[in-house]
Write a protein that binds this ligand. Structure first.
Ligand code: PMP
Ligand code: GLU
Length: 396
């Protein structure tokens, strides 16, 4: 007799970004050359001084359990860095270090939501948000934003989605998957609405440091007085320092929430990897020129991708202020035949692009926005160039 799965996991979808990346890896393992624009993972190696700090940590015997919510040195470095960059002070006990930002998001939701609570999420949204909200028993309320407004939620759209059950607003800036960035003024307008209602905010700021040109990142709790008690800020080292595999992220939360998240981790995972925590500490406290170098390279790729998309008739993509994704409108290219095969949806389009041209992307539907695909430019310029040449051949 087969074991029956729990009701809560029966309705859970696997991560589409990781699924597309796994497909690309499988194809590659079978001997194909694959141009992988699917997963959002920097192609750079973790900077040498960070790796060295991990080796030093092992040698110094930091190979045992740490406090479940993370080593105090790292929490202190996170809050000191936040104060230096954004001017707001947090006690170090407000910081909980988790196994990546994804885990920090899950635990934040799990510790604050009850079954039936509504969470407002502007679409296009990062694939895991809706699933993680559902895993917490709460209900994702998806608000469609407009491409003509750079996929930013307007105060009117936000207000219209609020009901007596609304408990949380989930915002990602700079955004995965659209690359948009909210200005301080835009965040202020949304914050006013938050403060007028009994709502709190999960602000995913993992792309804080990957910002291009004149764009400026503003951290949500800083835009109005009184937000610190209402906002959980999520961040981590995966993107900024090319440390996706090390699994270190964190939440900066009101102390009562942080305390419970620590207790949850003590039952659930214990501490995040001890050695990785020391590596993350070195990343935050060390020389930041490695970040500037990576950002400069991402900026070049962003310009290139923007130009390629602008030159494809019928495709469009809003200006990307940060992160490393292009979110491309392909509605004109659906309902057509490709090498004799009819393609009606963005999912079919992405799968066929992979099968015919060996270019891996992620379907817009996975981000709550059918009719688009997402291309990550966290891969080499050569890969990006070849991938776009192939996309052009595909649609021709
Ligand atoms: N938030 C966003 C918006 C992301 O794109 C990602 C991608 N990994 C995460 C959180 C999770 O990051 P981590 O690798 O630290 O779990
Ligand atoms: N966040 C990245 C992405 O969206 C990595 C994969 C994942 O964690 O979903 O592609």
């Amino acid at each position: 007799m087969a074991i029956e799965l729990s009701k809560i996991v029966q309705q859970m979808e696997p991560s589409a970004t990781l699924a597309m990346s796994a497909r690309a890896k499988e194809l590659k393992a079978s001997g194909e050359t694959v141009y992988n624009l699917s997963v959002g993972e920097p192609d750079f190696n973790t900077p040498e001084h960070i790796c060295q700090a991990a080796i030093d940590a092992m040698r110094a015997g930091h190979t045992r359990y740490t406090v479940a919510s993370g080593i105090p040195e790292l929490k202190k470095a996170v809050v000191a860095n936040y104060k230096k960059t954004h001017g707001l002070e947090y006690p170090f006990t407000s910081c909980v270090v988790s196994n990546g930002a994804k885990h920090a998001i899950h635990n934040s939701l799990f510790c604050t939501l009850n079954p039936g609570d509504e969470v407002i999420i502007p679409a296009p949204y990062w694939v895991s948000y809706a699933e993680l909200v559902k895993l917490s028993g709460a209900i994702p309320v998806i608000v469609q934003t407009k491409e003509s407004n750079n996929f930013k939620i307007t105060p009117e759209e936000f207000k219209a989605a609020i009901t007596p059950k609304t408990r949380m607003f989930l915002l990602c800036t700079p955004s995965n998957p659209t690359g948009n960035i909210y200005s301080g003024e835009e965040l202020g307008q949304l914050a006013d609405i938050v403060l007028q209602h009994n709502i709190f905010v999960l602000a995913d700021e993992i792309y804080e440091n990957l910002v291009y040109g004149d764009n400026k990142f503003v951290s949500f709790p800083t835009v109005r007085e009184g937000l610190q008690d209402r906002v959980i800020v999520i961040n981590g080292v995966s993107k900024t320092y090319a440390m996706t595999g090390w699994r270190v992220g964190w939440a900066l939360a009101p102390e009562n929430v942080a305390k419970k998240m620590g207790a949850l981790q003590s039952q659930e995972t214990s501490n995040p990897c001890s050695v990785s925590q020391y590596a993350a500490l070195a990343a935050i406290q060390g020389d930041q020129s490695c970040v500037a170098k990576m950002v400069a390279e991402f900026a070049k790729r962003r310009d290139y991708v923007e130009e390629r998309i602008a030159n494809i008739k019928g495709m469009s993509c809003p200006k990307m202020g940060g992160a490393f994704y292009a979110f491309v409108n392909i509605k004109e290219y659906l309902g057509r035949e490709y090498a004799g095969k009819m393609i009606n949806t963005d999912t079919e389009w992405c799968l066929e692009l992979l099968s015919q041209k060996k270019v891996a992307t992620v379907m817009g539907s996975a981000f709550g926005a059918p009719g688009y695909f997402r291309a990550s430019f966290a891969t080499s310029m050569e890969n990006i160039k070849e991938a776009f040449d192939r996309i052009e051949e595909f649609i021709a």
